[in-house]
Design a protein around this ligand. Structure first.
Ligand code: ZN
Length: 422
């Protein structure tokens, strides 16, 4: 039998507690779109869809004519499908994990180590850092997506230190003063910011819980009296506190940029960049790793020393944290989200209503293709037969294979594709 190199996948769903519930979740909608027989439970969270070969959620091959049952098994058997460059650079493994996330309650504030630090941490504390790889991540909004990313401009942090005495109390007068007097000197600012953040993160629990309760009480009273609480970031504070009462992470909103991404906008989370996802649905792509250093909004272990040492203390505006995508010069339907790491690139493919025959071009890397909107019949010389593509369909495409889409929906198609462009 001739080897088949393009085939559909049934992807793993993760029902983490923070996910959106039932059919509110984009993940659940895509699951039922891709498989109308799938049962979605109305009160269950559908947090993540994993499209890849990660051992904790290896995709099932949706074609019983293929001997292997999962994508991971198949790639192990046919590593040439990765493309020769990817196969060599990533030791025969698919270098990325492609995901859809539906976030209902905030995920922990975190940062991911670079390769060097990941190797050190893994060697020292394998129980907290399970592998030696870096974990750059990209999030592309599918719906309005809220998160935290990177340190705010110093003027904003100084503004909160002045307006929020409970926050000032945790940072302390000396560190706050050092930050104030450092303005204009990048190196000193970065040092002072590190000191301020470290002071807050190393406060004793009783101290920050008391200050947090005080702050929440004050903001609640001000809100009830009809006052504007934006100088204390009141709405976000109360929302996070209701999800994580007594958590140090509630104070980090005064340090970190609050991001609101419109659909199609992205943020790239490089090494040592503090970030959190708060609410919304997104496409996510990441290097294969589980190394996460947490900073709050979590019931898990916080490694304060590692965290405070590693972070990127470079203040910058929220708008500068939006990752710039570019039009593919070779194809007006394709938008490229190409981060400065070799592990992955994401493409958004928008086929306009006027185009009925569209070719998904070959790339010299294995890729995973997800339909977000629209219907088509897909034809490929490397597939067993024609494939029906609709919202939620996921295809694995080996390197150097193209696919012809015969679009049957009236309003065009939207697809996302992850690959590794070395
Ligand atoms: Zn992360």
């Amino acid at each position: 039998m001739e080897e088949v190199r393009v085939f559909p996948l049934t992807c793993a769903v993760q029902n983490y507690a923070w996910g959106k519930i039932g059919l509110d979740s984009e993940v659940a909608k895509l699951v039922v779109g891709g498989d109308p027989l799938a049962v979605i439970e109305v009160d269950k969270p559908y947090a993540e869809l994993w499209m890849g070969a990660h051992p904790k959620g290896d995709a099932q091959i949706k074609d019983n004519r293929i001997a292997q049952t999962t994508l991971g098994q198949w790639i192990a058997h046919y590593p040439a499908c990765l493309g020769s460059k990817v196969k060599d650079a990533f030791q025969g493994q698919l270098p990325f994990l492609f995901k859809v996330l539906s976030v209902n309650t905030a995920l922990s504030i975190q940062a991911h180590p670079n390769k060097e630090l990941a190797a050190t941490l893994h060697a020292q504390f394998p129980e907290h850092y399970p592998d030696n790889n870096h974990k750059p991540e990209m999030a592309i909004a599918l719906t309005r997506f809220q998160g935290l990313c990177g340190f705010r401009p110093v003027e904003e942090i100084l503004g909160f230190l002045q307006a929020v005495p409970e926050f000032h109390a945790l940072v302390g007068r000396d560190a706050a003063e050092e930050l104030r007097s450092s303005v204009g000197d990048e190196v000193r600012t970065s040092q002072a910011l590190k000191k301020c953040f470290s002071k807050m993160m190393s406060c004793e629990k009783k101290v920050f819980v008391d200050e947090l309760n005080e702050l929440v009480k004050r903001v609640t009273q001000e809100g009830a009296a009809g006052k504007d609480t934006s100088s204390s970031n009141g709405d976000l504070l109360l929302r996070l506190h209701s999800q994580y009462p007594g958590d140090i992470g509630c104070f980090s909103i005064f340090f970190l940029n609050y991001m609101v991404l419109e659909p199609g906008q992205a943020m790239f989370l490089g090494a040592n960049e503090p970030h959190a996802y708060i609410y919304g649905d997104c496409i996510e792509c990441m290097a294969c790793s589980d190394n996460t250093v947490r900073a709050g909004l979590t019931r898990k272990y916080i490694d304060v020393n590692t965290l405070c040492e590693m972070l990127n203390y470079k203040p910058a505006s929220a708008s500068s944290k939006i990752f710039l995508c570019v039009q593919d010069p070779a194809d007006p339907c394709v938008t490229l989200y190409d981060p400065p790491v070799p592990d992955f690139t994401v493409m958004k493919i928008q086929v306009p209503a006027s185009v009925k025959e569209y070719t998904v071009a070959s790339v010299d890397s294995a890729s995973i293709l997800l339909v977000i909107e629209g219907d088509a019949t897909a034809t490929s010389a490397a597939a067993f037969s024609d494939l029906t593509m609709r919202r939620g369909s996921v295809l694995f495409v080996s390197a150097n294979e193209s696919i012809s889409l015969h679009v049957t929906s009236q309003s065009g198609m939207t697809l996302f594709r992850a690959c590794s462009l070395l």
